[in-house]
Design a protein around this ligand. Structure first.
Ligand code: DGY
Length: 322
């Protein structure tokens, strides 16, 4: 019997490709170019499943291009790149890679928080530019992280992992979420206190965004919300572009309405708004919050495991279809 056919849309660990080859006839996008929906619609023809990454837009048109497609397995916990409703209507299984990246992503949220509050990259650029002449009492004064109030928007598993780390910094945690999380989870998350979004933005010293993207949360942080932040506050986004209105953020940073931002995600990444590059009060990283060696490997294997289960008669562990 011939093996099912799959498309791996981007470069991925060679041993994961080898694992997939044990079960499937694999076509992989060796040159690693991001495929447009139109290209993807062409490539998907004749495939039983696709292994995708957050860069590919798996639209209703892509899904409709191949009536025999059975599974779309995303190598990410976020899945806003896939039209899950259209997939569900077409009977196509969609999966993601939850849990394996929680701790690594939380570590990185802290890396950005500390770098942003304590002006790590800004001062390094200054030093590298040969501007360090003498010690001064006021060189790169930043905000304290220890003892401060941390506001987390999105108290899912990543938000909770971020909150747990704040215990070591003697912080108070407030959070906002679609709904309040169970009291035992709040207790483990440094006794996090549920508050409204406005109260969080007005009272937190440092705000971290850790919520999934959906059209309902598009631009929930815009000019009005940014104006609520304390003048000394920092804002970190490790969630998704589109949650923050980047144009409004650039205006607010340019006007120094609050201290600084740390951004791992952007609207229209990787072609993000170049105005960010002109600002010194922002730390910029290229969507790498989950990018530790073991975690990216675990994500790739999780996506592969989902695809293998979906196409060999099993039940994938991480199905997203309702
Ligand atoms: C995710 O898993 O959604 C991450 O953003 C990918 O790095």
């Amino acid at each position: 019997m011939s093996k099912p056919k799959i498309l791996v849309t981007r470069a991925v660990f060679p041993d994961v490709i080898e694992r997939l080859e044990q079960h499937f006839e694999v076509e992989s996008n060796q040159d690693d170019r991001i495929l447009s929906p139109a290209e993807l619609a062409e490539k998907v023809k004749g495939m039983d499943g696709i292994f995708t990454t957050p860069s590919e837009r798996v639209t209703a048109e892509v899904l409709a291009a191949n009536p025999s497609l059975k599974a779309v397995c995303n190598m990410a916990v976020g899945f806003n790149n896939i039209d899950v409703d259209a997939a569900t209507k077409a009977g196509i299984v969609v999966t993601n890679t939850p849990d394996v990246l929680n701790e690594t992503t939380a570590d990185f949220a802290w890396a950005l928080l500390l770098a942003t509050a304590r002006r790590v990259t800004e001062s390094e650029h200054w030093l590298r530019a040969g501007k360090w002449q003498k010690w001064r009492f006021d060189t790169f004064l930043g905000a304290d992280v220890h003892g401060a109030t941390l506001g987390i928007i999105g108290m899912g598993r990543i938000g909770q992992a971020i909150a747990r780390r704040s215990m070591g910094f003697d912080m108070k945690v407030v959070y906002h979420n679609r709904s309040r999380v169970a009291p035992e989870l709040e207790a483990r998350a440094n006794n996090a206190q549920y508050v409204g979004k406005e109260e969080l933005l007005k009272t937190a010293d440092h705000v971290i965004l850790a919520l999934p993207y959906s059209p309902q949360v598009h631009h929930i942080i815009g000019a009005a919300e940014l104006a609520m932040l304390k003048p000394t506050a920092t804002l970190v986004n490790i969630a998704r572009g589109g949650i923050v209105d980047d144009a409004a953020l650039i205006d607010a940073l340019r006007a120094n309405r609050f201290a600084a931002a740390g951004l791992d995600v952007f609207e229209n990444e990787p072609n993000f708004n170049p105005a960010f590059l002109t600002l010194s009060n922002v730390v910029l990283t290229p969507h790498i919050a989950s990018a530790s060696e073991p975690t990216r490997r675990a994500m790739a294997n999780c996506a592969a495991g989902n695809l293998i289960a979906a196409l060999t008669g099993g039940t994938p562990p991480n199905i997203l279809n309702p």
